[in-house]
Write a protein that binds this ligand. Sequence first.
Ligand code: 1CP
Length: 348
Amino acid sequence: MTAVGTTAPLLAAYRGEPVTRHPVWFMRQAGRSLPEYRRLREGTAMLDACLTPELAAEITVQPVRRHDVDAAIFFSDIVIPLRLAGVDVDIVPGVGPVLGSPVRTAADVDRLPHLDPAALAPVREGVAAAVSLLGGVPLIGFAGAPFTLASYLVEGRPNRELPATSALLATDPATWHRLLAWVADLTAAFLRAQADAGAQALQLFDSWVGRLSPEAYATAVQPHSAAVFAAVADLGLPRVHFGTATRQLLPAMLAAGADVVGVASDIGLDEASALLGNRVPLQGNLDPALLSADWASLEAATRDILRRGEAAPGHVFNLGHGVPPDTDPSVLTRLVELVHSIPTRQVD
Ligand code: 1CP
């Protein structure tokens, strides 16, 4: 790992300042694509691994060692604060988050527990341990945004169509808003714990919000995402807001209080930048499917993304969504080398 000074390229790009190299990291860079991860995880359930500070710290650092990426993202999951609050949730291998019982009625929302801040200790300890292993490479803290996290609570298990979520939102707006306000508080506490322990940027994942119209987003979601961003504003850390299929929502997601917008692969970075007035640093947006394409196609797509990213005042190279589990890790290493080898527009 390369030690970096106070202006790590990641943080400079997030602030729209000149960079000495194109910063790059990958959503879901820790995890099943790495054999060293699979070895460490053997025999430990996902959420237990997240809540074992030394283990979570080691897994967090693995992709930085292997790929020389410009950031680590804390090894955890968006459902960790639910578990710490006492919600009956587990991650079922090959499925994802599964709830003991879904949250669908006003009475279900009444029964949601309160998070005891002391319960966040394993998160604080894991982040602190990761930061000390990272030797100056920035650590990104993250959380699930109110809509996406609520969708797991309401559906009870992964379902991309989100039928129960759409039904609740349409039929019982009062319960919907109480649920999202509860999630927003929890999410803010999870982000703050990571920042207090040394995370240098915060990313809010609203992975599934792209299915909403701008009108639905404005009334049902934005106030709650805005509450999360406002609750961590005093920390002064760059706040990144990401979702997929969000072309129609980008301005509203920015207006929720983000400093940086994470862009999925459904829109060019130059077009995304224009929608945001060419004044907002962007992160993204290589189609993860290209990681298994031939190298020439991958290289051409990467160069194109870096060129389009120049429309924004800052750009952090990333995928449009997470690393697929079957990705050959050597492709990621080579991709990082390529991104780092391409000159930045600023003079060093
Ligand atoms: O390097 C990293 O990014 C690892 C840390 C990390 C992050 C940032 C994990 C570990 N999960 C997440 C965030 C997360 N979790 C999101 C937002 C990012 C995204 O959109 O990909 C979401 C939606 C989840 C929910 C979740 N957890 C899913 C998706 C289910 C679905 O709806 O399709 C899954 C499969 C999990 C489990 C999980 N989380 C992380 C890992 C390594 C795993 C797999 C663990 C296992 O199966 O043993």
